[in-house]
Design a binder for this molecule. Sequence first.
Ligand SMILES: Cc1cc2nc3c(=O)[nH]c(=O)nc-3n(C[C@H](O)[C@H](O)[C@H](O)COP(=O)(O)OP(=O)(O)OC[C@H]3O[C@@H](n4cnc5c(N)ncnc54)[C@H](O)[C@@H]3O)c2cc1C
Length: 397
Amino acid sequence: MSQAAPDLSAVSMDLGEDYPEIRASVRRICADFPGSYWRDLDEKEAYPSDFVQAMTDAGFLSALIPEEYGGAGLPLRAAGVVLEEIHACGGNAGATHAQMYTMGTVLRHGSAAQKSLYLPQIASGALRLQAFGVTEPTSGTDTTKLKTRALREGDEYVINGQKIWTSRALYSDLMLLLARTTPLEDVKKKSEGLSVFLVDMRKAVGNGMTIRPIKAMINHNTTEVFFDNLRIPADSLIGQEGQGLRCIMDGMNAERILVAHESIGDAKWFIKTAVKYANERVIFDRPIGKNQGIQFPIAKAYAQTQAAELMLRKSAAVYEANQPCGEYANLTKLLTAEAAWEAGEACMQTHGGFAYAREYDIERKWREARVQRTAPISTNLILSYIAEHVLGLPRSY
Ligand SMILES: Cc1cc2nc3c(=O)[nH]c(=O)nc-3n(C[C@H](O)[C@H](O)[C@H](O)COP(=O)(O)OP(=O)(O)OC[C@H]3O[C@@H](n4cnc5c(N)ncnc54)[C@H](O)[C@@H]3O)c2cc1C
């Protein structure tokens, strides 16, 4: 027997706003972009231009831009709800989310001139800020060892080096770039000497910047970016020279919380899809959902998803309150990615062989959900953060 939903307003624990109107509005847009749309893009490795346009027109991609710059000025949780609903509807927010998580860096550390130049154009959709260049082929997760150099020469910085996995670079006008401005051997702390730049890619491509697509397991429009004496104006620097890692960390915590919403959306989609099929598919003269071997993994994934969602709401509230949120952002990223993975596995197993048929979208969603255990930060690095910075265990590397 199903129970009536509890009235959470009667409970003293504040779960924060859930934005039902935003959810309904995103669902209406997503109805025009069904599974066949995403499958077709996946096969062609194409960019979801029509979907991005629809989300821009509805104002969702400027959710985090303050109203004075033409955005909606919504809290992080509201932006996360947008991403969650896209994933819960069977779509993918990968083409759109960077515009949201880069805001943590631009809003908190960008100058007034940078904000008034770029934010209104990003809010209107005239410019896309969708590329975030941090990862490099030789340094990977060890960010402070990155080799891309930015050298000040008069009114310019000259950039040389290479980034990898820079997603959406071919479809973005602006890139947030992390580069070293002071050599590692000349800084007191290895986290110093890195700087963040807002690069106008419209001017850079062909003038020192080359972008090459990477063929990947999921359709994420990801690329390698090469810098060969790229000259950018000195006022492209965001925040203070040498303090770039700190600036970008604000964006990274926001990124973890935002993409965690995507995992919750994936988990909800997997659970809903698995339950429907388990009720409908009749084998041995009864629905397969009657078997506890089918029920229990779905029920367990549901429990994990509910728990992960609570942590997600806590981390969004802590971020919004401008409090240190490294612990919560990391816990959230870990728990939501694992919940989505368990739900994906339950959905795959419930569908038997049909899980492999592309028309069901399960194998696509499963491939897409997997990336959250690796990017933007991998599970191991989250665990070592919690061990060292939260529990006080010795640094392991
Ligand atoms: C689809 C996709 C899109 C991406 N988009 C972007 C993007 O837009 N911008 C961007 O900058 N990057 C992007 N990335 C890169 C992503 O952030 C990195 O792949 C990720 O941070 C891991 O880095 P790495 O691949 O170099 O792994 P490595 O650093 O080489 O690590 C390999 C493995 O070893 C483990 N490991 C390493 N050191 C330790 C340690 N000390 N203790 C325990 N385990 C350890 C890691 O956890 C990982 O499992 C993307 C990646 C993918 C796959």
